[in-house]
Structure formats: structure tokens, C-alpha cells
Write a protein that binds this ligand. Structure first.
Ligand SMILES: NC(=O)c1ccc[n+]([C@@H]2O[C@H](COP(=O)([O-])OP(=O)(O)OC[C@H]3O[C@@H](n4cnc5c(N)ncnc54)[C@H](OP(=O)(O)O)[C@@H]3O)[C@@H](O)[C@H]2O)c1
Length: 214
């Protein structure tokens, strides 16, 4: 598969490297065509890795991952271009964390709306699937970092798109994938971030995850 990754941070590089290990071709996008982190990432990931602008990465990908800062995601996706994203599956991993008033961050959107929904509304032809945003990026691609069975949540309006994303998650090693329904469920998965951040402070480690017991 050809995958476009929007984002040069630790999430973009971790997911990009995992997808390359799994045999996919990945282009990492940034505001700049020659972002240093993207160039370094491509160099260390071999011939299947390439880099460019957000627009280059979105045009390249049969599927696209949003791994940009949540408060900048709409701007990054606008730069990626509606025509390059049209009809594609977009896995939205971003959280709308606002660090402008220091720590802990607040949610830039919550309760009656979410970043996932804002993206879906702004790009109606895109099949937005919110996934993986409730855990650290190392765990996203290696669930065995935390022992035992634990959960990854997904939501989105398009059932076929979610089926495709479930296959990708399985290829990362996920067994317990909880499909929460349509994209409005992104409110809940984004609003667990204050709890996640608090737990991270308590445990002094990002190596934990949620498990829903019934
Ligand atoms: N860190 C984790 O383990 C983790 C876990 C779950 C979810 N998340 C979420 O995943 C996303 C990525 O996190 P991260 O830590 O890898 O990286 P990040 O530092 O949150 O975001 C980096 C990306 O955001 C882009 N960006 C920043 N400001 C921008 C602006 N004004 N306009 C357009 N693009 C802008 C950067 O573009 P340039 O490349 O041009 O600099 C870069 O590609 C975030 O939404 C985060 O909340 C992170």
C-alpha cells in the first residue's frame, strides 16, 4: 500500500517506520518540502521511505494518516489539499491539545464536538477514522509493550473504511479493537486525554493502556 503520513513528530515517524517494516511505501509530509526531521526519517528507513510537503504526502497516499499537532490539523489538512484527500481513508491520530496556557494542556474542542468531527465536516468526501489517539505512539505499533489484553478504540462514519483500518491495526498486533460507531465517538476518545496525561504523570511512564472490562 502507498501511505501518506502528515506529520514529522514522534507519531508520524513511529507509524511511518512500522508501515515500512510491514512492506508499505510511505511518504512523510510537512509544511516544508525539505523538513530536516522528514529527511532524516527517510534516510534511516530505506528506499520505501520518501518525504515532501503535506500536499505531496496526501497525493502519494492511497490512505493518509493525520499525525499533526491537533490545534494545527485543519491547517495541515488544508495545506494537504482537499483534492489530494478526496475519497481517501484518513486515519486521524491527533488530539486537540492546547498547550498555549502551559501544562497541563486543555482540549481545544470537546463536549459537543471533536477534532475528528471537525475534520470530517471540513472534508466531507474523506473517510475519517479516528484511531490510536488514546495511547503513546510506541504502543500504537507494539501493543506487547504492555502485557495482557488491552484495547484500541476506533470510530468513523464509513464501515468499509473502518474494516480497512482494523486490518492495519491487526497487522500492528492489535487483537482487541473496539468500534465505537460513528465519528461523534471521537468526542469520548479525545476527552480521555486529560485522564491519560494524569496517569502518565502518576506512573512516570507512557507504557500503559485502557482495558474495558464487562
Ligand atoms: N506523542 C504521542 O505518543 C501521541 C499519542 C497519541 C496521539 N498523539 C497526537 O498525535 C499528533 C502528533 O503528535 P507528535 O507528538 O508526533 O507531533 P506534534 O509535535 O504534536 O506535531 C508535529 C506536526 O504538526 C505540524 N504542525 C505544527 N504546527 C503546525 C501549523 N501551525 N500548521 C501546520 N502544521 C503544523 C508539524 O509540521 P512540520 O512538520 O511542518 O513542523 C509537524 O508535522 C498530535 O495531535 C498528538 O496529540 C500523540
Amino acid at each position: 500500500m502507498k501511505v501518506g503520513i502528515l506529520g514529522t513528530g514522534m507519531v508520524g515517524s513511529t507509524l511511518g517506520s512500522k508501515l515500512i517494516q510491514l512492506g508499505h511505501d510511505v511518504r512523510m509530509g510537512s509544511r516544508l518540502a525539505n523538513n530536516e526531521k522528514a529527511m532524516e526519517w527517510a534516510k534511516s528507513n530505506g528506499p520505501r521511505a520518501s518525504y515532501g510537503t503535506f500536499s505531496d504526502a496526501a497525493a502519494f497516499g492511497e490512505i493518509v494518516l493525520n499525525c499533526t499537532a491537533g490545534t494545527a490539523s485543519l491547517a495541515a489538512l488544508t495545506a494537504a489539499g482537499a483534492k489530494n484527500l478526496k475519497g481517501k481513508v484518513l486515519i486521524d491520530v491527533a488530539n486537540p491539545l492546547d498547550f498555549s496556557k502551559g501544562m497541563p494542556p486543555t482540549l481545544a474542542v470537546c463536549n459537543t464536538d471533536s477534532l475528528g468531527e471537525q475534520i470530517q465536516r471540513t472534508f466531507p468526501s474523506v473517510k475519517v477514522v479516528k484511531a490510536l489517539n488514546t495511547m503513546n505512539c510506541k504502543l500504537m505499533v507494539d501493543p506487547n509493550i504492555v502485557s495482557g489484553e488491552h484495547d484500541v478504540f476506533i470510530c468513523g462514519n464509513d464501515a468499509q473504511a473502518k474494516d480497512g483500518v482494523k486490518e492495519i491495526l491487526k497487522s500492528f498486533g492489535w487483537n482487541s479493537i473496539i468500534d465505537l460507531g460513528d465519528i461523534t465517538a471521537a468526542r469520548g476518545t479525545e476527552m480521555v486525554l486529560p485522564l491519560w496525561l494524569r496517569l502518565m504523570g502518576l506512573f512516570q511512564s507512557p507504557n500503559f493502556n485502557f482495558k474495558i472490562m464487562r
